[in-house]
Design a protein around this ligand. Structure first.
Ligand code: NAD
Length: 487
């Protein structure tokens, strides 16, 4: 059986490359190649820039309200095609249909809708300076680049294109080479909605295509989502042309469970924050610090629910709530971390093995895994695993728990469970993280800015401030009086 070959999406249509280079994309739940994609060679890259220049000229000349109307049309199409797009995400990522069907497309559409609404509300300032005055204009940056990770491919493409396009920029987007199809579908939807050709181009490939985007003198900004190590390379490369950067990177986030917490709720949060999307979520609370008085109760309930309520299998089965990891490589990496946890002396409470579900025997599944008796210096407690592996630690002193929670170079997210309202805020204010939850975990509405402290990121996505990250301020001084000149 022949599989489809997708080309790069440039200037409103598919463009054939000249090199003939392609790469294969596998369904992680079956280990089968489902399609091939052409790599963006120099010919495609030049075309992407030239068409983005033209797209930018047309798009930035429109009024914000015209842009808003077109983006809202795209939102309508995204929602109408929810199931078709969600299925693409399931086949590309291995995540369960029951998640993709209600999260991936919806939360992507929400963000485009949010920024479409905000675009016409962006205003400059005006101030008198004696009899003269100045005013400011919020102008788009020009051509921006987006580089995405593979865990929420379509959502990431929407989260980057929403504010970029609303502010009047053109965006050249490179999805992860593991999950390239969703972004192409978004590009088609933008064209159908009336976004001018060239405003949203999709280029395909791995690191070398990403590097080209970070180096190009024609690109003003890079918004990157991926690993900390890759983020550092992107920042270094972008420095060559002094590009603006937004970095959405990895985490090793703590969840603190105090002895007055609703333990069932805390267990729900810990399970969501470690097993949803089979653990492949950047904000996951992979370090769970539990007060010693409730430790036993917490791990008893956690073990029971993990062993009874998780169903691994064909991700398209609506009953399945644990999908396959993205690739064989990643699966082996996660299994390697589990081995390290065992070798370094942590106790395996549950899981710890690869799974071969009957409905998807060739998929890259890992059982939901919980380690107890963890110590702060273990590899599994220090490094991002990006799989369904939770480490549980004990504490008995609030200040000590905060100190241990902050003892990392990462700072993406954090959570606190307690019924004491004063403690909740006191503790969360001291945690060094950009995205925090009290008696909740994981929700990320379009209205709320998200991004990392320390090495987890630079800048923010979502929320009003993100529009500022896609605009630059032009100050215009207006002379109302004669110029005083010594010449
Ligand atoms: P990755 O860093 O391997 O790849 C991310 C993207 O960068 C891919 O498109 C890849 O092709 C590209 N790339 C690779 N090398 C590059 C280079 N030298 N220059 C430019 N681009 C390059 O990350 P991943 O494995 O795809 O995703 C998992 C990581 O993403 C995890 O660390 C996770 O925490 C992080 N993540 C963060 C967020 C967030 O919002 N903070 C969201 C999702 C994922």
């Amino acid at each position: 059986m022949t599989t489809p070959v997708y080309q790069n999406f440039i200037n409103g249509h598919f463009l054939k490359n000249q090199s003939g280079d392609t790469f294969a994309v596998k369904n992680p739940a079956t280990d089968e190649v489902i399609y091939h994609v052409e790599v963006a060679d120099a010919f495609v890259q030049n075309a992407a820039i030239e068409s983005a220049k033209q797209g930018f000229a047309a798009w930035s000349a429109m009024t914000p309200i015209e842009r808003s109307r077109i983006l809202l049309k795209a939102v309508e199409i995204l929602r109408a095609r929810n199931d078709e797009l969600a299925k693409i995400e399931v086949l590309d990522t291995g995540k369960p249909w029951q998640e993709a069907e209600c999260v991936d497309v919806q939360t992507g559409a929400d963000v485009i809708e949010y920024f479409a609404g905000l675009a016409p509300a962006q205003v400059g300032q005006q101030q008198m300076v004696g009899e003269d005055f100045y005013y400011t204009r919020k102008e788009p940056l020009g051509i921006c680049a987006g580089i995405g990770a593979w865990n929420y491919p379509l959502q990431i493409a929407c989260w980057k294109s929403g504010p970029a396009l609303a502010a009047g920029n053109a965006l050249i987007f490179k999805p992860s080479e593991e999950t390239p199809l969703g972004a192409i579908k978004l590009a088609e939807i933008f064209i159908e909605a009336g976004v001018p050709a060239g405003v949203f181009n999709v280029v395909q490939g791995a690191a070398e295509v990403g590097q080209w985007l970070t180096q190009s003198d024609d690109i003003e900004k890079v918004s990157f989502t991926g690993e900390v190590g890759t983020g550092k390379k992107v920042v270094a490369s972008a420095a060559g042309s002094l590009k603006d950067v937004t970095m959405e990177l990895g985490g090793k986030s703590p969840l603190l469970v105090f002895d007055d917490a609703d333990i069932s709720q805390a267990v729900s949060a810990a399970m969501l924050g470690n097993f949803y999307t089979q653990g492949e979520i950047c904000t996951n609370c992979t370090r769970i610090y539990v007060h010693k008085n409730v430790y036993q109760q917490f791990i008893d309930e956690l073990k029971t629910r993990t062993e009874q309520n998780i169903i691994a299998g064909d991700p398209m089965d609506p009953e399945v709530n644990l999908g396959a990891l993205i690739s064989k490589n990643h699966h082996d990496l996660v299994m390697g971390y589990i081995d390290k946890g065992i070798n370094e002396g942590a106790t395996l409470l549950t899981g710890g093995k690869a799974l071969k579900p009957e409905s998807a025997p060739n998929g890259y599944f890992v059982a939901p895994t919980v380690f107890t008796d963890c110590t702060d210096n273990m590899t599994i407690v220090k490094e991002e695993i990006f799989g369904p592996v939770m480490s549980v630690l004990v504490f008995d002193d609030e200040d000590d728990a905060i100190r241990r929670a902050n003892d990392t170079h990462l700072g993406l997210a954090a959570g606190v469970f307690t019924k004491d309202i004063k403690r909740a805020h006191r503790v969360i204010h001291q945690l060094q993280a950009g995205i925090c939850w009290i008696n909740s975990y994981g929700n990320s509405p379009a209205e709320m800015p998200v991004g990392g402290y320390k090495q987890s990121g630079i800048g923010r996505e979502n929320g009003i401030e993100t529009l500022d990250h896609y605009t630059q301020t032009k100050s215009i001084y207006v002379g109302m009086t004669d110029i005083e000149s010594p010449f």
